[in-house]
Each structure stands twice: as structure tokens, then as C-alpha cells.
Design a protein around this ligand. Sequence first.
Ligand code: AGP
Length: 614
Amino acid sequence: MCGIIAVTGKRASVEVLTSGLHRLEYRGYDSAGVVVHDRGGGFSRYRAAGGTKSLVTLDKEASAHVGEIYAGIGHTRWATHGAPTLFNAHPHLDCNERVAIVHNGIVENYRALKEELLAKGHVFSSETDTEVIAHLIEVELRGGATLTQAVASVASRMRGAMSFVVASVDEPGVLVGFKRMAPMVLGTDGESWFLASDIPAILDRASTFFHVDDEHVLTVGPDGATMADLSLTPVPLVEFHVSWTLESAERSGFDDFMSKEIFEQPAALRDTLAGRLDADRSLMLDVTTFDADELARINKVFIVACGTSYHAGMVAKYAIEHWTKLPVELDISSEFRYRDPVVDERTLVVAVSQSGETLDTLAALHEAKNLGAQTLAVCNVVGSSMARLADAVLYTRAGPEVGVAATKTHTAQIGALMMLALELARVRGYLYPQEVAELYGQLQEIPAHMDEALKLWDTLADLARKHSGISRFYFIGRHVGYPVALEGALKLKEISYLPAEGYPAGELKHGPIAMLDENAVVFVIATRTRLHEKLLANVEEVRARGSEVVLIGNPIDAGVARAGESFVGVPQVHPLFAPMVDVIPLQMFAYHTARGMGYDVDRPRNLAKTVTVE
Ligand code: AGP
């Protein structure tokens, strides 16, 4: 949600900023802008509004006019405060145009701060909350503070999660960043320093990466980078390893990132599962402060997540309860911390998140820690805020996911959570080691089954064409087919903007069936589970209302499709692993439908890849 990039040093250039913004575009694309501190001694600002075209306009403008620079900051916006207009586009300046800022997040108390500043005669040129930060820093600088001192002082006055980077014309080449529960990473190639909201933005520039800590101020300039807490006590920078390659963050011949990432799913799952068991078959977490004995003492699991990650968590609930007999609660992160969850030191709270930065889930993780729970993050971004906060981490190794609609990280999350479920079963003694080994073996075969499911690409393209006039879709399933149904509906909504709802098939008769008629298409997740027959009875209820049925099933059940109905055959696997295979045709259906409607699947309207506001 909003992307920030900044550069200073020998290789600072406007191109570093604009190319980085292109890679950050998935975080928001309402408008874009840069401010560069040019060798003439002042700031030059270039901004453009207009959705996905803004960056192209910015490229032409800024690249044509800017020569050598000391430093620069750039931003791609997902609008919160103020419409996506040119005036609200970042970077924002203070009254005298001596301070420039790019910001991600929300200044929750900005109204009070703005009133205070207006009363002192400050003039605002945007409707954003961000601009108050520029004016507050202006006040501090006028009082004699350095940029670093000004940021430390102003940071403690603001409420809310945010990260920002500021520059001042009075300190050429110096950039100061601040981070609070919003992403920011520092990198260097030895000659220049880069600050960005995410690793891919600087993957082609930096060779060494450092964590930026919450509630810390980072000062980057010609002499290097230093970090300090808000009392300006220095804190050492901690390096971390990034294994992602530049190629993994490129489209590599695919039309878009979403199709590339759909096809990367078998490899992403293979990597996530590879080399995870030690000699005595225990699961090796990537980071952990608790051991198997502590894990065995857990008496409840609480999963918190949002969106697609929530659907992966829902699959895990079925598996953990089945294999471990532990009670599992599942919560949408934004609900968790506001409803007095019953959590104590014997609860394992599992935060599931691709980015590791989703503010709602991060806040839930904080809450879980405050309540004394053991915490585990399942996330894809190494060194992300959740990975740094949780007591233990299990990384999905899906590589960078750029498409806003999550695909490969979803199936990798389910794979990671299945390993967790099996580990809990092992340490609690609910499964014999041989049973765990046997299930692991089946899990490791899932990527090959996914490869089979991916061969349905053209079948789903045909199906999308067949249903191109339909304006209402329903997705139903039972047991683990239910989260698959929810995910199928979410994918279709996200990128094609068509009304699509996911329901537990058994719940249809309690209300939603009223909406069914001959104008609706109902996708049924009909792969084999122990509720298969009951599910087929629910399908009869749908047929009786005249809606068209599409069955996602195992080839042995092809005969259950009636004349005129569509049957999409996917490989039969262990029922608890089936969501990783069954979801693939639904992703492909959403993809082909959206492409057929002429939409940009990588940049769906109103959405940002990483949601860092509440
Ligand atoms: C998925 O297609 C969506 N973009 C969205 O629901 C996403 O899963 C959600 O915002 C959670 O993100 P996270 O996994 O990075 O926490």
C-alpha cells in the first residue's frame, strides 16, 4: 500500500527511482512522483496521476529533465487521504519547499496536527495526511535541528503505522527514514544506498541488505548509513541474506506476473517443502525460540490472516484438528485484536501472510505476543516485520510474488501449514513417525499433481469464453473444499470485478439458494472427501434451481456431470492436500475471465498487494 524508494550516493539517478517504482507498482498505482536533489542545489519535483499510466508519464518527464543528482526519493500511491489527483501525489513539500517526503501508512492524528500547523500559518497544498509530516519537520529545522533530529522528534508526535523518507535541501545527499509497523528495507552496492518498501524494488541495485527496525530513525548519506532509536542512541545495523534473483522478479516471457506465478506453483511448493526434516524427522523451522517440548505443551492453535492467506489458514484448521485433535480457532486479523480473544501462554498463534507486512495481521501478532502466546509466522518475505516479531518463522519459499492476486504463495502457504500440522501431530504423539513419513511422502508428490492440473490452462480458457456473458458466480464446497470455494470466488472478484460468492455447500439451503436461477453459474469443488456424497446431494439442489453447474472433480467421477455441464478433472490426492491442486483451475478461470474482459490482471482496480493500513 504505497511504495517508497530512495537513493543517495555515487550511483544515484532518477532512473534508479523510476525503475524501482515500476517494481513497486503492485503496492499502488493511483499516482507516482519523485523529488531529486539536483547538483544545482535545489529540489526538482515530478509527479503524475492517472492510474497505471502515471509511471510512464513520470518516466518521460523526470528522465528528460534530470541530470546528475545527489539523492532522490520516489513514491507510487494507493490513495487513502485525498483523491488520486496530481496535487495529492507524493512527494510532498513544506511551505518553503526545503523539505520533501514520501510516506506509506496513515498519520492517524493528522487532523489535530494539521489544525495546529494551520494556526501557525502553514499553507497546505494537498489533502493528504502526509503533508503534516513535511510541515512538522520544517518547524524543527527552523528551530536548528538536523534532519535526523527533526525526524526523531516528529516521529514521536505521530500516531499510526507508517514508514517515510525525507530529504532537505540544506543537507545535500542526506536521506532520513523512519519505520513503524510498515515495511522498509535498506540496501547498498558499496557506492550508493537504497531505501525501499520491498526487496524487489532494489534487487537489481543492492548486493547487501539490512533490516530497518520499528521506532528507529535511519540516516543515509555520502558517509554511509546509521540507525538510532528515537532518543538518537545509535543501534547497529543488522544484515540479512536475500536469495531472490532478479529474474524471479521479472515476467520472463509471460504476458503478466499472474500467469507466470500460476505456473510457478509446483516449483514454489517444492522449494517450500525441500529439506525441512532433520534426521529424527522433526520439522526444521527457519527461526525458532521454542523447542519441540514447548510445542508439545500447546493446547490450542489460533490462526490469524487476511484474504487469500486466511483461506490457506482455513485449510490448516481442518488438517490440524484432524491430525492433532488440538482445537484451532481461525480469525480474520482485523477482528482478532478487537474481540478479546482467549489466548494464553499455551496457545500457538500462527500469523499467515505472504508479505509479512499486512498491518492487520502484524497488529494481531503484536496482540498475541502481549497476551503471552507462543507465536509463529508463516510468510514469504525474509526479514519482514512479522518474521522479525514472531517467536518462530516458517518461510514459504515461493520467490517474489508481484501479481496483486496471490496464487503461488497461497499454495505454498498451505504446504507450509501442512508441515506444521504434521509436526504438531508428531510432537503430540497423535501420529506414528511412519504415518508422518508416509504423509510427507504424499505431500512431496503434490507439485507433480499441480503440474498435471496446469495442463488444464486451455480448458479453463474455453470455459471462461463459454461463460463470458454470465454476471453472477457462486463457488461451493464442503470440508476443505469450502476454503477452495472462497478462494475461487475471491480470485474472480479481485481481477474480473464480477459478483462471485463462496459458500459451504451445505449452507446453501439456509439462504443463499434463494439467489440461484438460470442466470447463475455454480462452481462445485467436488473432489473426493468423506463428504462427497453429501456434496453431490447439494449439487442436485443447485440443478433443481436451473443454475449451470461446473464440477471440479477427480477423473473417476467424470460421470457425475450431467449432459451440458462442464467437468474439470484434476488429479486425486490426499483429501487434506487437495486444496493445493483444486484451486489451480479456479485461479486459471479467474485469469482467463479477466483477460477476456480486457482487464490488467496484475493491477486490479482499488487493490494493493500489501495492505499496510488498518
Ligand atoms: C490476495 O489475492 C489478495 N491480494 C489479498 O487478499 C491478500 O491475500 C491479503 O491482503 C493478505 O496479504 P498477506 O498475505 O500479504 O498478508
